[in-house]
Design a protein. Structure first.
Length: 151
C-alpha cells in the first residue's frame, strides 16, 4: 500500500491509495517500551545519585575538619603555648563560627569533637556510619586520617 503524507497537518493524517484519511499515532506497545526504558534508566541513575550525595557530604565534613585544624594551628602559632577549644577559637577571632560548624551527614546534627592537650590536638567528626571507625575521619596534629586515600 502506497502512503502519501500531507505536509503541514498537525494531526499527522495519512492518505492511502483509495483516498481514505487515516490518523497515525503511537501504538500501545511503543509507549510501553518507552516507559520500560525510562524505568531502567531511573533504576540505574537513582542509586548512583545517592552515593554521589554521600561523597559530597563527606567532602564538606572533611573541609570543616581542615578548617578547624588550621584554626588550631594558627591559635598555637599566635599564642605559642597551647591549643584551645571552639570557644577559644571564636573569642580569639581566628574562627568566628567554630561552635556552629556541623557535619552535613544524614538528618541528625553531628558535631565536631576537639580534644586538646598542651602540645597536641585532635579534631573528630561525631558522625558514624555503623562501622565504629567514624565515617568521615579525624585530624591529629594536622595529619588527616584519610591521607593517601584514593577516591
Amino acid at each position: 500500500m502506497l502512503k502519501l503524507y500531507v505536509m503541514g497537518n498537525i494531526d499527522r493524517e495519512v492518505i492511502n491509495m483509495e483516498g481514505q484519511t487515516m490518523k497515525k499515532g503511537f501504538t500501545l506497545i511503543e509507549l510501553m517500551i518507552v516507559v520500560v526504558i525510562i524505568g531502567i534508566l531511573a533504576a540505574i541513575a537513582i542509586p548512583m545519585f545517592s552515593s554521589v550525595q554521600e561523597e559530597a557530604k563527606k567532602a564538606a565534613c572533611r573541609s570543616n575538619l581542615k578548617n578547624i585544624a588550621t584554626a588550631e594551628a594558627m591559635y598555637f602559632a599566635r599564642l605559642g603555648h597551647s591549643y584551645t577549644d571552639d570557644a577559644g577559637l571564636e573569642s580569639s577571632g581566628i574562627l568566628g563560627n567554630a561552635s556552629s560548624l556541623v557535619c552535613p551527614g544524614d538528618a541528625a546534627a553531628y558535631t565536631y569533637e576537639l580534644a586538646k592537650q598542651f602540645s597536641t590536638y585532635t579534631v573528630r567528626c561525631t558522625y558514624d556510619d555503623g562501622s565504629g571507625s567514624g565515617a568521615h575521619g579525624y585530624i591529629t596534629d594536622g595529619v588527616s586520617s584519610w591521607q593517601g586515600e584514593t577516591t
